[in-house]
Design a protein around this ligand. Structure first.
Ligand code: T5A
Ligand code: NA
Length: 211
C-alpha cells in the first residue's frame, strides 16, 4: 500500500516569507525523493477565487461575512482533489489555510467562533509551520502594497488572532532571520516530524479540522 503524503501548512502574517519558503520547501522535498506539490489559498483561478481576487485588489466590495464564506468555499472546493493527491502519496505544501481565514476575519471584528464554523471538517494538517514576524520587521520588507489587508493596524490584530488558533500541530519559526536560516529551521522541523512519523506511524487522512 502506498504511504499517504503529508499535509504541510505554512501560515503567518503578510510579508513573513510564506511564498518564498513554500517554494523552497517544495523544491527540497522533491530533491530528496518526495512526490510534492505546492498549493496556495486563496486559489485565485477558480470562480470563487476570482471574486476573492477582485475584493483583495479593492476592485469590488463585499460584506465581511460574505467574503469570509467565499474564502472558506475556495478551500472546500479543493478538498476532493487534495485528498486524492494525499491518498496517492503526494505531499502538499499549502501556502495559507483556514488559520488565515479566521485570523483576518476575526481581526476585522467578526466573532471568532462564527469564523471557525465554515472551515470545521476540512482536511486536518499534519503540521502547521507558523512564520513569526513582528509588524515592524514585516514593514521593513519593502512596505505593504496596495491590497486590502496590507495595513499596519489590521496586521497587528491579525498576528494576535493567529496566536489564539495554535495547537500541538503548530511549530513557530523565527521568520526575522535570513531566508537561508529560515529555510534551514523549516527543514530541521520537517525532518524531525518525518522521523517521528516513521517511528510512531502516520495518522490516517482525516477531515477533522477543529472538530
Ligand atoms: N486571506 C487569505 C484571508 O483574508 N482569508 C483567507 O482565508 C486567506 C487564505 C492574500 C490575502 O488574503 C488574506 C490574507 C492576505 O491579506 P496571499 O495571496 O497569500 O493572501 O498574500 P501575498 O500578498 O501573496 O503574500 P504575503 O504578502 O503574505 O507575503 P509572503 O508570502 O508571506 O512573503 P513573500 O515570500 O512573498 O516575501 C515578501 C517579501 O519579503 C522578502 C521577499 O523577497 C519579498 O520581497 N523576504 C525576506 N526578506 C528578508 N528576510 C527574509 N527572511 C525574507 N523572506 C522573504
Ligand atoms: Na504570499
Amino acid at each position: 500500500m502506498v504511504q499517504r503524503g503529508l499535509l504541510i501548512v505554512v501560515e503567518g502574517c503578510d510579508r513573513s516569507g510564506k511564498s518564498t519558503q513554500c517554494e523552497n520547501l517544495v523544491a527540497k522535498l522533491q530533491q530528496t525523493g518526495n512526490d510534492t506539490e505546492l498549493v496556495k489559498f486563496p486559489d485565485r483561478t477558480t470562480q470563487t477565487g476570482k471574486m476573492i481576487d477582485s475584493y483583495l485588489q479593492q476592485k469590488s466590495d463585499l460584506d465581511d461575512h460574505a467574503i469570509h464564506l467565499l474564502f472558506s468555499a475556495n478551500r472546500w472546493e479543493a478538498m476532493k482533489t487534495l485528498s486524492e493527491k494525499l491518498s496517492t502519496g503526494t505531499t502538499l505544501v499549502v501556502d495559507r489555510y483556514a488559520f488565515s481565514g479566521v485570523a483576518f476575519s476575526s481581526a476585522k471584528g467578526l466573532d471568532l467562533e462564527w469564523c471557525r464554523n465554515p472551515d470545521i471538517g476540512l482536511l486536518t494538517p499534519d503540521i502547521v509551520l507558523f512564520l513569526d514576524l513582528t509588524i515592524d520587521e514585516a514593514e521593513k520588507r519593502g512596505g505593504f502594497g496596495q491590497e486590502r489587508y496590507e495595513k499596519r493596524d489590521l496586521q497587528i490584530k491579525v498576528r494576535d488572532e493567529f496566536t489564539k488558533l495554535q495547537d500541538d500541530t503548530w511549530k513557530f519559526i523565527d521568520a526575522s532571520q535570513s531566508k537561508d536560516q529560515v529555510q534551514q529551521d523549516i527543514w530541521d522541523t520537517i525532518k524531525q516530524f518525518k522521523q517521528k512519523s516513521t517511528k510512531d506511524g502516520i495518522q490516517p487522512l482525516q477531515f477533522n479540522l477543529w472538530k
